[in-house]
Design a protein around this ligand. Sequence first.
Ligand code: UD1
Length: 419
Amino acid sequence: MAQIRITGNPNLRLEGKVRISGAKNAVLPAIAASLLTREKLRLKNVPLVKDVYTILTLMKEMGAEYSIRRNSITLQSRDILHEEASYELVRAMRASILVLGPLLARRGKAIVALPGGCAIGSRPIDLHIHGLEKMGATISLQHGYIQAEAKKLRGTEIRFEKKTVGGTENLLMAAALAEGETVLKNCSLEPEVINLCDLLKKMGARIEGIGQETIRVMGVAELGGATHEIIPDRIEAGTFLVAGALTGGNIVLTKTQPKHLTSIIDKLRLSGADISLINSQTIRIRGSENIRPQDITTSPYPGFPTDMQAQFSVLMTQARGTSIITETIFDRRFSHINELLRLGANIDVSGDKAVVKGKTPLSGAEVLATDLRASASLVLAGLIASGETVINDAEHLERGYEGMEEKMQALGAIIELSH
Ligand code: UD1
């Protein structure tokens, strides 16, 4: 069991430079895309986090070969030997579902465990399945596994009833090798979706409308190899920005993409932080002594990301006044709140809203990490709590943050991770 120990300090000011890693949520679909071609894919700026190792294990089980050198991965799925994603791997990482579209498109067959309940509320995959069925796949559920078959997927028009990042990605990959044109409507606009489209284009896919809600994909018979750079992780960047705001610190973030951070930067500025763009990849944040309360409502990109909700809630415990946090993407994504209460926060949850009353001093305690972003929020809270905070089940943090404890240490935090 991984554990994080933080010696907190209400007067801590984080200072220094932090280099932002590649985006976990962009690299996972990029790795799955290698199933679409026999040729080599070279991915650069890959964050070496646990979810990446999980999907690489899955790829290996299916017959892919890969090598890792620093933060680059070379990956080749010459032959797909096994079209199955086991429950063990899907349970460890829901994003394993991203192999469904590519497997079906290239091999005509896929067997993928149905992800079960998840710590952040029910996360169905009905929209992935309906889309693939519309493209001609026969899909059934047997013994907890999705069994999908299609001699050849056919292009058609699919409108997502609701925006889904993974659904958009799965269907884009399926459409790239389908027969004829697929028109996807109400697509997610997240930068990670655009990054996948750019990769697919380099591999030879014919895609129009990248970055828009309607994307047209003209299927091709084969895709080839490519070299591709993963975009910077906007959630990691957002987490360090909140760390700067929370500690009245002075942090410079390098290798980031400021334009992906607009909704986060806007809210931080309204809360009193001074944020300046040093150049196209570098941002400085100077936190304020006086944090102002802010209401936030999560929504699909370009709105405020659900993956930053927990971290922002911690910042609001230190604002003078009341903030209302509304979570519209996932049900029950407030598991971090119970843990923040143990540290002394004053937060009431009712339905999809959390009402945070500040400013409350936090005091260190033993807490439990329940999911990836919840863990990040507990680290932030632990930094400014007096005394020691121990975060149990901290492996969640390692799923998505590359070297978080070292990066925090370099900024002046006293934090240790042990296994
Ligand atoms: C991705 C991100 C995750 C982020 C989320 C929302 C990855 C690997 N993960 O998750 O970090 O929090 O986007 O920005 O990129 N839904 C359905 N039916 C479906 C699919 C989704 O009802 O078939 C619902 C979900 O339950 C949720 C909403 O749609 O309420 C958005 O989910 P989705 O965008 O699909 O999230 P993920 O792709 O799983």
